[in-house]
Design a binder for this molecule. Structure first.
Ligand SMILES: Nc1ncnc2c1ncn2[C@@H]1O[C@H](COP(=O)(O)OP(=O)(O)OP(=O)(O)O)[C@@H](O)[C@H]1O
Length: 310
């Protein structure tokens, strides 16, 4: 898919199994929304083909619409319409809708049910968007960043709802920037970058590694600029050091006492006081950052530490 000269999605091939939750992950601009919109029939692919429930999303749109639910990243309702009116309207378009009042209760929309869409808070608009996607009892739902901007309690409610849908045999395709959400919910994860697929697998497959661990070091004062390179030099060639922010580093390397001991000694030698030093297996966020263009420099033990100048 291209927008003028811009290639948004290129040679992306992925499959979604019925009754599962599939997460499509990727950095901003990676092509996730374009991919979903192509599956939803809003965009016609310039090359390749898309089949959704065996149908062509553009040509067979009429047949497909009653069977799928779509939650857009934003919008989807008229600005002046009251929240519950909008939901009732969508429900009437379907043959066997869910009970609107139950859905309103479940998603905490009762208090703002009479509020015009444009006056709803961002989180309330999100919840209404999700309710509109689900009210028709779809076989397949596409949810674009379903919990972006939601408070932690509502996020959990949404997770429970998506879990229940899967238990009922509904297929869910979601995009998210929350790696914990993907790890918690998804049967299968596809990581997309620059419009192409860079990895696919279950969260366990993607994070599995018995010998490689992640050590997170958080300190009291900002690190000096040379910290990643200097620490990587101490740790040796099989280790990577990535600075996450001014006071945190992530070290990927052998899960053993030597690595931990070296980090601890480096802190002492460099006058750095740790707030926390934790060892854990790699999580999906670590894998995501490794696979997609790193926002922060990565140092390895092979990098040379610049000599200090007086
Ligand atoms: N209507 C459009 N016109 C021109 N370029 C577009 C349009 N929509 C998307 N793009 C471009 O296509 C690329 C992919 O965008 P897309 O919205 O699919 O990414 P995304 O992975 O969903 O990003 P985000 O996580 O920020 O929502 C981006 O470079 C974006 O700037």
């Amino acid at each position: 898919m291209t927008y003028g000269e811009k290639v948004a999605v290129d040679d992306l091939s992925l499959r979604v199994d019925q009754g599962t939750i599939t997460a499509v992950l990727g950095p901003n601009g990676a092509g996730k929304t374009t991919t979903l919109e192509t599956c939803e029939g809003y965009r016609r692919p310039q090359r390749g083909s898309v089949r959704v429930l065996g149908l062509d999303p553009v040509r067979d749109r009429r047949a497909l619409l009653p069977r799928i639910g779509v939650m857009l990243q934003s919008g989807g309702a008229w600005s002046g319409v009251r929240a519950v009116e909008m939901l009732r309207h969508v429900a009437r378009l379907h043959a066997h809708p869910l009970e609107v009042d139950l859905l309103v209760e479940r998603l905490g929309l009762a208090d703002c049910g009479r509020t015009a869409y444009r006056r709803l808070s961002g989180g309330q608009q999100q919840r209404l968007g999700l309710a509109m996607a689900l009210v028709g009892r779809p076989e397949l739902v596409f949810v674009d960043e379903p919990t972006a901007g939601l408070d932690p309690a509502v996020r959990r409610t949404v997770w429970e709802l998506l879990d229940e849908l899967r238990r009922d045999g509904v297929t869910v395709v979601l995009t998210t920037h929350y790696m914990d959400e993907a790890e918690r919910l998804a049967d299968l994860v596809h990581i997309v970058d620059h419009g192409s697929l860079v990895a696919s697998g279950t969260p366990t497959e993607l994070t599995r590694s018995s010998t490689v661990a992640t050590i997170r070091l958080v300190v009291t004062e900002p690190f000096p600029p040379s910290a990643p390179v200097s620490l990587a030099a101490e740790l040796g060639p099989h280790t990577e050091v990535r600075q996450l922010d001014a006071v945190s580093l992530v070290i990927t390397g052998p899960a053993d006492h030597t690595t931990l001991g070296t980090v601890s000694r480096w802190c002492e030698a460099n006058g750095v006081l740790p707030v926390s030093l934790t060892l854990g297996q790699r999580n999906l966020e670590d894998v995501f950052l490794e696979l997609t263009a790193p926002a922060h420099p990565v140092a390895t033990g092979q990098d040379v530490v610049p000599e200090a100048t007086a």
